[in-house]
Structure formats: structure tokens, C-alpha cells
Design a protein around this ligand. Sequence first.
Ligand code: GDP
Length: 383
Amino acid sequence: MTGQQVEQSTVTLLTPRGRGAVATIRVCGNCQTIDSADPSLFQAANGRRMAQQPVGRICFGHWGEQQQEDVVVCRISNDVVEIHCHGGDAAVGRILEDLKSAGCCVQPWFDSLVETASIFEAELHNAVSRATTLRTAEILLRQQSGLLHAAIKQLIPVEWTSEEIGRVTGRLDGLIRRIDFGRHLTSPWNVVIAGRPNVGKSSLINALVGFSRSIVFDQPGTTRDVVDTETAFQGWPVRLADTAGIRDSADKLESAGIELARERLADADCRILLLDISQEPLPEDDVLLVEWPNSIVVAHKCDLPDLWNGRVPQSAIQVSSLTKHGLENLVDCLINRLIPAIPPDDAAVPVTKRQTDLLLSARTAIGRNDETEFRTAVQQLLN
Ligand code: GDP
């Protein structure tokens, strides 16, 4: 194999990293790269070398000499081979590394998309691959199928008249209003659960998610770091953060955890404040309620006698993580807060940061009555 041949082969991981049971790696170029490595990277069960495998036929075999990995390989064409392996990071990483050592150039999936599609098409493709629920995937697929493209094309004014500018501005503002929703189609909404130690934060997350993930322990101050759990409610992806119990603490490690909890509270899309109504209220409860006024308040452990004597805020949702009472109500309330208006099926939604930035630039340009800058931003959106 000559140095020139080696450079021609590119390797791309086609499936999202670490997300599926099976991963697919595509090798484009000279498939002899796989045969020529010493020791050979792939041993087919039928004993043939890669270059001798018939095109379009699936072939089982092993990857590597030591610690062999089971793989299924298919020559898609004379110069494209697809390797299907275990979807875990270790198997994928090892195959990519071996191919790199054999002289292949590893090309990120997005870069390989841009070679044959516009940035606009590639980023929608990429967004669909990052969907974690059916509901978000459906919305993203509708954008990919032309909905977003058509909506952006409608932003191009026929003439730069005040009537036309008014019409375009209305459409542009409609898209801008959906920026936050669109961002969360590929990145979960962040919900932070806060309350003093032992109010039942970990228990509530476990009850909501349906499995025991956080440590549930009845000595205050166990959760020192922010522990994230990703889940979905009604098809919407949500990241629940279990914060350190917020209270004054002399313990340095715990204080750092509390500081982190405050930062996460400030950045959250929604906050759930837990009050333990089976214990008399403490000043820390009031501090939380005053500091984070727009939160969902939960009167927790409502299976036990209420010791707050009418001091629980009226809007509080009664919940017991033990009996599961009130969980559905809490989830409904949370989703209403996160997504007050779910866009209709035929609504165009911007889904990437590039789209968002260009839409906002277009809005600034139209506000300044700058036709050239406006048309440039819209044209870039479609690139
Ligand atoms: P955290 O420190 O806020 O995360 O609190 P935990 O989730 O560790 O819970 C503290 C204690 O409260 C544990 O003994 C839980 O079993 C108990 N607990 C949590 N939720 C409930 C509830 O809804 N009802 C009752 N009776 N006990 C609960």
C-alpha cells in the first residue's frame, strides 16, 4: 500500500456516539487499508480478505487479533465498507483508533454530511440524530422534511415596502418566539429540585423517574454534588438535578455543593422547591421561597400529618413520593411551565444555534430597515 492510498481513506462514525446498541462505521476510499494493516484488522468468518468480499453481502467476522470484537461488515460499493459493531464507546473507539493507526483519516459525521448537503440540511439531519424522544424526533423530522425551509423562504420579501416588511416581521417574530422550544428539542429542559436536607429530593426524583438512582439516606446532607438524571415527561426530554440540601454548613465540601446548587438554580428552566410538611417549617424553607419566587412549590411527604399549621403556600402541590400521590399533578404543572404553548404540528421551529443567531440578526436588520443585511441573513439561513 502506498502512502497516497492510505491518505485517501476516510472513516466516519455514522451513528450517534454511545447512544445505540449497535454502531456503524463507514470506511470510504481504499478498503485494502483494512486488509493491509499488519496484523490484519479484520478476520472474516469466511476466510476471505475484505477486498474479496462480494459487494452488497453481509459478512460476519472479528476485529483485531487480541481481545477480538465481533463485527458485521458489508462492502456497500467498491470503495465503501460499513462496519457494524457493539454500540458502546470502547468498541467504537478501538475500531476508529485502529483505522487511524492504519492511516485512515477520521472525519466527524457532520463534516461528512456537509460534503454532500448544504449546512442547513446537514444541521437538520444532525438535530434529528440527537432527538431522544419520539415526540421531539417527529417535530424535528417535520422541520427536516421542508417545513422550516419553506418558512424561511417566506421571509424573503418580494419588495422592500412597508406592507411587505410588516408581513415578514410578523413571520420572523413567530419563528423567534419558538427559539427556546426548538433548542430543547435536542437538549433537555433543566429542572432543579431544591429544598433543605432530608425533605425528600432524591426520593422525589426516584419516584418521578421510576427507578432508584440517587442515594436515599435519612441523615441530612448526603447529596453533596448536583446529581443529574435524564428522563422524559409526556415525550419532552427533561434533566432533573438533585441539589445539595441548601442550609448553612461548616463542612467545606458541603458548602461547595451548596454553592453549585445555587448556580444551577439560577440557570434552571424551572425550579421545584420541596417543603417537608411532616416537620415544623425552618428559616431555610422561607429563604428558599423568598429567593426563588417563581418556582413550583411542593408540599412533600403529604402522607404524614401536616405540621405547618396552614403556613404552606396556597399554590403548593401536595405530593408523597412514598405513596406516589400528586406525582401526575406535579408533572402536568411542570410541563405547563416548561412549554406553556406547544406549537401546532405545522409550525416551523428553528433548531440550531446558527439558525437562532441568523434569525436574530435578521430581526435587528429589519428593525433598522437595512434591506441588504436582512436579505444576507435570510440567505445565509438557507445555505
Ligand atoms: P433528600 O436529602 O432531600 O434527598 O431526602 P431523601 O430523599 O434522602 O429522603 C429523606 C428521608 O425522607 C428518607 O428517609 C425518605 O425515605 C423519606 N421520605 C422521602 N419522601 C417521603 C415521602 O413522601 N413520605 C414519607 N413518609 N417519607 C419520605
